[in-house]
Design a protein around this ligand. Structure first.
Ligand code: COA
Length: 148
């Protein structure tokens, strides 16, 4: 498996965070923030094989968000809490998240789903669904037999 450059950078800061080297992990977070205008906290969980084709430019993730394996996250993405709520989104495996999507609150994003560009997702997304819009709604389901 070929690892994504940004995933490797995050993984290093995540390792530092969990090995009593929080100040160095915070420095790495700061560097990512300055260089990419992206906030990727070290304590976040991101599964193996997840890729950031545009280096997550302008994206912001809450530290307690969970992102599964083999996902693709474009740029300008916000994943965080709704104001006044403590629970955060859980992103499944093999989820494709389009540019400038916003995913908020105590919701889960099902495996193999697709979030359309500019969506505002505030409700659970079923597995294999393609959602879009504000608020995001299912526009179709993936055809699992055609591989699409
Ligand atoms: C969501 C997406 C994957 C759907 O693609 P698709 O399966 O080809 O969907 P279609 O183009 O057939 O659109 C189906 C319907 O959803 C609407 N739709 C598609 N994408 C939408 C979006 N992002 N926001 C709102 N509505 C959208 C279409 O207008 C269409 O509506 P209609 O049936 O009323 O005419 C795609 O439109 C998308 O947003 N991709 C993200 C691309 C991206 O982030 N690019 C960044 C490049 S750097």
């Amino acid at each position: 498996m070929r690892y994504d450059k940004l995933w490797i950078l995050w993984k290093i800061s995540n390792w530092l965070f969990h090995h009593h080297l929080k100040p160095i992990a915070s420095l790495s977070r700061f560097i990512i923030r300055v260089v990419l205008s992206a906030d990727i906290p070290p304590e976040l969980e991101i599964g193996k094989g997840t890729k950031f084709p545009h280096m997550a430019l302008g994206s912001l993730f809450h530290p307690k968000v969970k992102i599964g394996s083999n996902c693709v996250l474009l740029h300008g993405i916000t994943i965080g809490g709704k104001s006044g709520h403590k629970k955060l989104p859980v992103i499944g495996n093999n989820v494709w998240i389009g540019a400038h999507s916003i995913i908020l609150g105590d919701i889960s994003i099902g495996d193999n789903s697709v979030i359309g560009a500019g969506s505002v997702v505030v409700k659970d997304v079923p597995a294999n669904a393609i959602v879009a819009g504000n608020p995001a709604k299912v526009i179709k389901y993936k055809n699992m037999f055609s591989g699409g």
